[in-house]
Design a protein around this ligand. Sequence first.
Ligand code: GLA
Length: 391
Amino acid sequence: MSCRILAGLTLILMFVRCQAKPEFAPTPTLPPSLGPTATLFPWISERGGQTFLKSRLGKCLFRSPLPVIYPATSGKLRELAEVNGVWVGTSVAANPLLRKNEYSTAVARDFNLIVPEVGLKFEIVHPEPDRYDFCQMDTILAFAEANGMRVRGHPLVWEQQLPPWVRELSLSQEQWKALLQDHVSRLVTRYRGEIEEWDVVNELFKEEGTLKETIWYENVGPEYIELALRWAHDADPNARLFINEFATENLNSKSNALYALAQDLLARGVPLHGIGFQMHLTESNPPNPAQVADNFRRFGELGLEVQITELDVRILKPVTPENLAHQAEIYQALMEVCLSAPNCDTFVMWGVSDRNSWINYVHEEWGSPLILDEAYAPKPAYWALVETLQP
Ligand code: GLA
């Protein structure tokens, strides 16, 4: 094929892709240095051995269709989740989903919901002031569509995994607001109708229950939470919007503060639909299931959904069969709490298998946190969930 024909085809493909998704109109108050300077000039990029065609608008075209694994390969956990109307999820990386391999097979075999591990983190999706890169998230979404899975959006506003340019900014309060509004609105608008629920604000409280002085708190003001929820709602009025927090599963100062915040936001008509409980747990100090149930109930009484959003139960090494059996009991108890709460139907783990967990990098003296082992084989915790879901 001649270069001219190739270039023509490229432009046609880009045009089709541009039409397929709504684009966010830049905020008029955006400072000039942050304004979009995108051009339609495409280039080829190589990621994970796959060729992508990208444009400065952050579009990302797959060279080949993503693997279809489900329902031909389905595991007990996903089958039973579907029978029970429950969403059993995992966080995922984009690159290993591009081909049929152990990782992508386990994802589609055992889970019916996925959430990007880093694909929507600010540093990945908005790496430069005038550039958004949706490549990873588009990959994850295409895999979910091919395998009949739901997708959670995570996170829109967080103080971590920010690119250096954000930390180096010196802006007025109005400009900070415009920057955050642009970020929130672009992400939600791009995936309107495809991502139906978002963790709008992630990790906002200190342990004793006061708001963290994050970059957004300091520069936009404490109202950044409410503003982000309103901007997300304006961008997609049908999306369900969550606040996502850790160490709030028990009744404690932090979960009380979260409850008071939710009550206040709802009383003032701020769009908030649910609370995500991360639950990065340790096998030696699990939460109290009765307290978790009471906690879920009180948020339910406010009309809020609750979800377990990032569950893992790490074990202090060396890992023994007894530890694994206890870990299974913890997973089971939490699934039981979720199944018996009328406002809980979503149970998401942070990582596909013990081989892929963040615990391996951050808490090296701990291990074995998930329900599939390093070879993607079911562990006792997997079978405990299966048992709990049996009709
Ligand atoms: C937090 C974040 C997640 C992830 C985990 C661990 O809980 O919400 O996105 O980064 O930490 O890596």
